[in-house]
Design a protein around this ligand. Structure first.
Ligand code: MTE
Ligand code: HPA
Ligand code: MOS
Length: 775
């Protein structure tokens, strides 16, 4: 019975004792070298030449490599257009161009200053508006259309028009991008990488070196956080390490410093979303027209999929009877923006949550009443703007339950009274929702494979394509397999992820890593269960098993699988109550030459979306939740505190309630960091200035809500996913938005009707300026 239990995370002990091995903890091998990538000192233009001769003369520098040394110098998950090392056209400031190699990092850092770049500089483009003006587009999406948005808009009693702007976000994983490449026999390469996507890392390494895919193995034991930042962008760094390893025939280690990682890699996409909303006197949305613009940065990366997900999530939790949604990704001269927890979903959903706060101010109503009015319902108003029916929809119940348990109405009155009397501070309160679509929107990615091997002592090793980045996927797989076999969780180990064991895997992303890989592992486990049940069925039937005869191979048509149960270390035939121990079953199976290993492939069924009409079923199901946050803002400094947050989520039947609670709290805090203090600063040349924790402010423990209640509803109706659980990784990130809307609500309390132009992040400066606008 391990599914549903709070088994500790499989690395919890290792993380606090230092026993967990990350890439840079791997012991140095004989002959191993260090690799330091050096970036260009310009954001746009042409790189004419690189002179590293002086650097090569510096103490401890063994070699230098550039784009010329690569067999193939372009990569990209969707559009292969990004150089691994800049060869000519510069995409962004600090884009890697040269690799310095030595055995001492101090030596390399000293030598770095002696690398000379000859650059024909051009003016860089750093804002969405500028890029639109210059027609610099990476991708234009097909529009989403439902109803007659223009006609409904024209007839609407109220209309509001505006632009919602949100900034980017640094992933701030604790382990920077890191990789060690080992040269193997016959030119083969083995890379150990901190990557969410070992298969893509394998592919990019192979292409860069001119190898076939079967000549490269990528192994991922774990990451010290990924958050989407290592979905695509781990691969080029692995290719750099592999280049050095293959040229020098020595192991090569490339572990980025925090500063280099922040300057060289992409972040969450900033968005600027122009919109017009039409609504009635009660606040019922009649029409939404929006044009979403994402800043893709220098290269395509995953931007088109991220924009798509933003467009899928622009409804938030609210029914749109008529809508016309367009979207585009612009190209700027910033680092190439990439996946980050939520993958565009937060930028889409935040737009409508912001719009609803404006509608509330305009109609002089409480924003929660407008949310309740527009919320997707159970039996009507429950089809999205892309035609997917919500199925079992817990949103109305989530809103109602949290309103009650958080004492919303009473606190609203208290806040109104506080705001009327206080001359030094203002408070705000806001409830927002997450309705996050679960599945990769590119259907082919919704597949995975797993192998389960039972050893002779009855213990089990499981390998899947999932990568562990702290989210607990290994622990969930361990629980699902132990549960299937009815054995203790400590008898199941989830092994390092390797492209040698699990091939053509998808990134661990889209919150689907646990769903897909638990399902694949379970399918493999069932294959073994069937053979063991067959064995026992034959033992009970008296089939001779001795030196001359053995158990026949499994015949599914004769197996009465449902009569057998695996529980408490026993394999039991339920009708006769006869049982044998798990260990005995394994021993007997081995001597009867029945396979104790199984490989399974799993694909998510029921997905299909027509890009031409923008209609269909892109998601398997939705993970839903609501949060209500209360803030207090100092009217003189703009500084604020989150006084209280209450969260209520539906995660179906959780496989591991403790891990899921950790995911919800962590995602919420990461989300509130994005909308409050995490602001990226660049200089006029487009160089990132906020490239360390001294200048980039992520939330710390004092910033988290003073009162923080996280609860879950019982949902026994969900039948969609493995053991009826729901994906958790990204959905609660969107609940951090409630802190921003609460800040907006606080600013609105000071407004005399003027609609807010609050941007995200609502830093204290931003809050102070917003409040000053109303004075
Ligand atoms: N939790 C931790 N601790 N560290 C991470 O890097 N990444 C998030 C989420 N939770 C992340 C995390 C992101 S972006 C995703 S998509 C999911 O975990 C991926 O894992 P899953 O699909 O197994 O939920
Ligand atoms: N989500 C997250 N990562 C992805 C997706 C997605 O929908 N598609 C490709 N990579
Ligand atoms: Mo998560 S952004 O899908 O890696």
């Amino acid at each position: 019975m391990s599914v549903g239990q709070n088994i500790p995370h499989d690395s919890s002990r290792g993380h606090v004792t230092g026993g967990s091995v990350f890439i840079d903890d791997r012991p140095m091998m004989a002959g191993e070298v260090l690799v330091l990538p050096v970036g260009v000192p310009a954001a746009a233009g042409r790189l004419k030449s690189i002179d590293y001769s002086q650097a090569l003369k510096c103490r401890g520098v063994l070699a230098a490599f550039t784009a010329k040394d690569l067999s193939h110098n372009s990569w990209g998950t969707i559009v292969p257009e990004q150089p691994i090392l800049v060869a000519d056209k510069i995409g962004h400031y600090d884009e890697p161009a040269v690799l310095l190699v030595g055995t001492d990092m101090e030596d390399l850092l000293r030598a770095k200053k002696h690398v000379q770049f000859e650059i024909e500089k051009e003016n860089g483009v750093f804002t969405i508006d500028e890029a639109i003006k210059l027609d610099r587009f990476i991708y234009k999406a097909n529009a989403f259309k439902v109803g007659d948005a223009d006609a409904a808009m024209a007839k609407a009693p109220h209309r509001l028009k505006g632009a919602f702007e949100c900034g980017g976000q640094e992933h701030f994983y604790l382990e920077s991008n890191a990789c060690i490449a080992y040269p193997m026999e016959d030119g083969q390469i083995e890379v150990h990488a901190s990557s969410q996507h070992p298969t893509e890392t394998q592919h990019v390494v192979a292409e860069a070196l001119g190898l076939s895919l079967h000549e490269v193995v990528c192994i991922v034991k774990r990451m010290g956080g990924g958050f989407g930042g290592k979905e695509s962008q781990a691969a080029p760094f692995a290719a750099m390490a592999a280049l050095v390893a293959s040229k020098m025939k020595r192991p090569a280690r490339l572990c980025l410093s925090k500063d280099d990682d922040m300057m060289m890699t992409g972040k969450r996409h900033p968005f600027k979303n122009y919109y017009e909303v039409g609504f009635d006197n009660d606040g019922r949305i009649l029409s939404l027209k929006a044009h979403l613009y994402a800043d893709g940065g220098a290269y395509a990366d995953l931007s088109s999929s991220i924009l798509d997900r933003a467009m899928f999530h622009v409804d938030g939790a609210y029914y749109l009877p008529a809508a016309h949604i367009e979207g585009a990704v612009v190209r700027t001269n910033l680092y190439s923006n990439t996946a980050f927890r939520g993958f565009g979903g937060p930028q889409g959903t935040m737009t409508i949550e912001s719009i609803i706060e404006d509608m509330a101010l305009h109609l002089k109503k409480d924003a929660l009443a407008i949310r309740e009015l527009n919320c997707y319902q159970k039996d009507h108003n429950n089809v999205t703007h892309y035609g997917q029916a919500l199925g079992h929809n817990p949103l109305p119940e989530l809103f109602a339950d949290l309103k009650k348990s958080s004492d919303y109405d009473k606190r609203r009155q208290e806040i109104d009274a506080f705001n009327a009397s206080s001359k030094t501070a203002v408070r705000g309160l806001s409830m927002t929702a997450t309705k996050f679509g679960i599945a990769f929107t590119a259907r082919f990615l919704n597949q995975g494979n797993a192998s389960v091997n039972v050893h002779k002592d009855g213990t089990v090793q499981v390998s899947t394509g999932a990568t562990e980045m702290g989210q607990g996927v290994n622990t969930k797989i361990q629980q699902v397999v132990a549960h299937a076999f009815g054995i203790p969780t400590h008898d199941v180990k989830v092994m390092a992820t390797s492209t040698e064991k699990n091939h053509n895997t998808s990134p661990t992303a889209a919150s689907s890593g646990s769903d897909i890989n638990c399902a694949a592992a379970l399918k493999a486990a069932v294959g073994i269960q069937k053979r063991l049940a067959w064995l026992f069925q034959n033992i009970l039937a008296g089939t001779p098993m001795n030196d001359i005869a053995e158990c026949p191979p499994l015949d599914e048509s004769k197996l009465k699988f449902e009569e057998f149960q695996f529980e408490n270390g026993l394999l039991t035939h339920k009708p006769s109550s006869k049982s044998m121990t798990w260990q005995e079953a394994i021993k007997q199976a081995y001597f009867n030459r029945l396979s104790l290993g199984e490989y399974a492939h799993f694909k998510t069924e029921g997905l299909g979306f027509d890009k031409k009409t923008s209609q269909g079923t892109p998601f398997k199901y939705f993970t839903n939740g609501v949060a209500v946050s209360e803030v207090q803002v100092d009217l003189f400094t703009g500084e604020y505190k989150v006084l209280r947050t209450d969260i209520l989520m539906d995660l179906g039947r959780r496989i591991n309630p403790g891990i899921d609670k950790g995911q919800v709290t962590g995602a919420f805090v990461q989300g509130m960091g994005w909308v409050t203090s995490e602001k990226l600063f660049h200089n006029k040349e487009g160089k990132l200035l906020s490239h360390s924790p001294t200048t980039y402010k992520i939330p710390n423990v004092q910033d988290t809500p003073r009162v923080f209640n996280v609860e879950f509803i019982e949902n026994h109706e969900n039948r969609e996913n493995v053991h009826r659980s729901k994906a958790v990784g990204e959905p609660p990130f969107l609940l951090g938005i409630s802190v921003w809307t609460a800040l907006k609500d606080a600013a609105n309390a000071k407004s005399k009707g003027l609609i807010s132009t609050l941007k995200s992040p609502a830093t204290p400066e931003e809050m102070l300026m917003e409040i000053a606008r109303h004075e």
